[in-house]
Ligand binder design. Sequence first.
Ligand code: SF4
Length: 240
Amino acid sequence: MTKVIKKIRENLFLVFIILCYAVILIIKPQTGFDAVKNSGYYIKEMLMIMPVIFVLTALLDIWVPKQTIMKYLGQESKFKGIFLSFALGAISAGPVYAAFPICIMLHKKGASIRNIVIILSSWAVIKIPMLINELKFLGPKFMLVRWVLTVFAILIFSWIASKIVKDEDLPKKIKEVKTGLSINKDACMGCTLCTQEYKELFEMSNKKAIIKEHSFEPDKERLKKAIDRCPVNAIEFGEE
Ligand code: SF4
């Protein structure tokens, strides 16, 4: 019984949704059946798309170094990051939920909240195939005005979102974030002590410490020294 209550607590949102379906089925059976049918269709679609997305995300995670993501999509990427985020979202294909695992991976590797919001928003509303269809069915004037206003709105809302949502607010479900080595770039004050202590592992980039791409297992003693020397506890390292 305790286990069941625990499971319900852990999945409150899902339980709420199931209850909603049950209530609709009782009050308006036909609407309820239609809702179940539509949901089934989308679940089937997700089951076909998501495995491919997970494989793609895992490959990107392995192939694209953290430093590259930080440089092009991180806090310091400024206009370059904004432009690339728009481009990434606009050239994408597939439904917007496919973007979530990719965005989690990008955030884990250092992409800023603002750029994540831009990628998700442009993925949802200014994809190139969508613009082509818009041009065809609604005309160039409509497409252009809608595009300009949407880009403008995305810029404003992504800025607002970055002021409200902080990096630590995002769930850290990917193993490396929980167990690996990372630097809290908001906390890092750029004192360079960690790079002096372990120069093979840490380096400075835009006045912040970053982890060098490495294929070796970090020396525990040297890493511990670097962690201990960090005056603001910005270096995080956890093992299973
Ligand atoms: S020691 Fe800490 S604060 Fe100094 S550069 Fe390294 S991570 Fe940043």
